[in-house]
Design a binder for this molecule. Structure first.
Ligand code: NAP
Ligand code: ZN
Ligand code: ZN
Length: 348
């Protein structure tokens, strides 16, 4: 028997989300069912509703920062019991046998991963619906445990904003003695500041918003630069070991390439489809690297959650009732959020 659910779907490009009922798959032996308590709103959810990449299949129920409590465990489940806190991130399955899957890079699965929403389950038939909904059916191997000490609502954004920033910070060896720049202080950016500071790095925030200068310091930045001020930007040239760019819209990356030390890396996280431009001269002569990074692997995601548990790190959130979903999306599109909207799904 399928698992009935309901939530909020977008039915057309740029359209508001509206109540929607649908079925999830019948739980299999290795599955758990999660009663969703909270779901964070990532800018990628907005890109999907805006269909900015031309890839959205409507109707779509977005949402991929999902936390809640287990209400059912299949007979093969060993990692969870009924009542446990559990979480769903950006994907819910992958082929499990390809080289990336075997090396905890499931998000790079050569057969394609099963997205938390907007795609199909491994059977190629059952649609995947996201976390702005009542429940989720997921294989235990792709579900996460939330450390007991973390507030559940504020932990939701860790499932995307947390892992997306943690993974490149670890990959590029951010820690004591490293000077790190974080570009854009939004959902991803504010998590990057907290995580890089907890890793012991010297953190600089580049923001275009005057209203975020004070917050950046409170979040853990040692230095804050107003990116619209050429004098402040010029003062940062050649100083950084690593820069993480979380900006969600077209912007000038040349100035951030200029801020790198020789042989250092600028890593892009934002996925606005517009082309970005830079001069090869500064990259070639400085032997610099412009890279990209996508979310993270299953084990790495659990490591990130455990690290956040140890360091007591969660997101700074504005908690709204599920019914306010369209207000939240509109405000996010205007860069009016400090620093992540999380929807309370309990009243659905
Ligand atoms: P967000 O909360 O909206 O933050 C984006 C930040 O970018 C804003 O807070 C703002 O920072 C800055 N910004 C916005 N518009 C700008 C503009 N026109 N010019 C310059 N700066 C601008 O978004 P998010 O949820 O953090 O996501 C950020 C991006 O990462 C999105 O494109 C999202 O789709 C993508 N993403 C990628 C991955 C991945 O795996 N790579 C995962 C999740 C999300 P200031 O106000 O400080 O300037
Ligand atoms: Zn996301
Ligand atoms: Zn695979």
């Amino acid at each position: 028997m399928t698992t009935h659910s309901k939530g909020y779907a977008a039915f057309k490009k740029d359209g508001d989300l509206a109540p929607f009922e649908f079925d999830r798959r019948e739980p299999k032996p290795n599955d758990i069912v999660i009663d969703i308590a909270y779901c964070g709103i990532c800018h990628s959810d907005l890109h999907v509703v805006e269909d900015s990449m031309g890839m959205t299949r409507f109707p779509v129920v977005p949402g991929h920062e999902v936390v809640g409590h287990v209400t059912h465990v299949g007979p093969g489940v060993t990692r969870f019991k009924v009542g446990d806190r559990a979480a769903v991130g950006c994907y819910t399955d992958s082929c499990r046998v390809c080289e990336p899957c075997k090396s905890d890079m499931q998000h790079m699965c050569v057969e394609g991963l099963t997205g938390t929403f907007g795609g199909f389950e491994r059977d190629g038939k059952q649609q995947s619906w996201g976390g702005f909904s009542k429940n989720y059916v997921i294989d235990q191997d792709y579900a996460y445990r939330i450390p007991d000490n973390l507030d559940l609502a504020a932990a939701a954004p860790l499932l995307c904003a947390g892992i997306t920033t943690y993974s490149p910070l670890r990959k590029w060896g951010v820690g004591p003695g490293k000077k790190v720049g974080i570009v854009g202080l939004g959902g991803l950016g504010h998590m990057a500041v907290k995580l890089a500071a907890a890793m012991g790095a010297d953190v600089t925030v580049f923001t275009g918003s005057k209203g975020k200068l004070e917050d950046a310091k409170k979040l853990g930045a040692n230095t804050v630069i107003l990116s619209s001020d050429p004098d402040q930007m010029n003062g940062q040239m050649g100083r950084f070991d690593f820069i993480l760019d979380t900006v969600s819209a077209p912007h000038d990356i040349q100035s951030y390439v200029n801020c790198l030390k020789p042989m250092a890396t600028l890593c892009l996280l934002g996925i606005d489809p517009a082309a970005l431009s830079f001069s090869p001269i500064g990259v070639v002569f400085g032997q610099k690297c412009i890279a990209g990074s996508l979310i993270g692997g299953v084990n790495e995601t659990q490591q990130m959650l455990d690290f956040c548990g140890e360091k007591n790190i969660t997101a700074d959130i504005e908690l709204l009732p599920a019914q306010a979903i369209n207000d939240a999306f509109h405000r996010l599109s205007k860069n009016d959020v400090k620093y992540r909207f999380v929807l309370d799904m309990a009243a659905l």
